[in-house]
Design a protein around this ligand. Structure first.
Ligand SMILES: [Zn+2]
Length: 157
């Protein structure tokens, strides 16, 4: 598939590819759990553990700062699906409470576990496409050796 192959004019230096980073294509690749740069290598090496580098093209992926955005979006999406289903079933059939519990608790857990990786993949790919955080080649480490104290003159006096 032509779309999943790196264009010939794209170069790579120190795990960073040059060239265009279309947001939609990147997010779709991330949602398919693939590297946003090549679309071939796996983004995760475990369930939600992002690989440091793409196993196919070596694109650096460890710069992501997805943090709690994936759970947030998963809660929003799964919540809307489950709540609308609960209300629809309640209005249509008025089942006993144990039926609701037997239906919606497992479905919520399953849906959450299924939705979390593609949502996290899409968000990591979005950060990659927009050169956020360490994906920006001009970015400095947020906290590291270059950290400067707020009061540089105050050296333990
Ligand atoms: Zn790749």
């Amino acid at each position: 598939m032509q779309d999943s192959v790196r264009p010939k004019d794209v170069q790579q230096h120190d795990g960073r590819s040059t060239g265009e980073r279309p947001v939609l294509r990147s997010m779709l690749r991330g949602a398919m759990l693939k590297c946003p740069a090549c679309g071939i290598g796996a983004m995760f090496h475990r369930y939600l553990k992002v690989s440091d580098n793409c196993p196919h093209c070596a694109e650096a992926l460890h710069h992501h700062r997805a943090d709690d955005a994936p759970p947030y979006f998963t809660i929003v999406i799964v919540g809307h699906i489950i709540v609308s289903l609960v209300l629809s079933v309640e209005i249509a059939y008025r089942p006993a409470l144990w039926v609701h519990a037997a239906l919606w608790l497992p479905l919520t857990v399953i849906l959450t576990l299924v939705a979390l990786p593609p949502i996290k993949g899409a968000l990591v790919a979005l950060q990659w496409a927009l050169l956020m955080h360490g994906f920006d080649p001009d970015a400095k480490e947020e906290i590291g050796d270059s950290f400067e104290p707020v009061f540089p003159d105050d050296k333990g006096a």
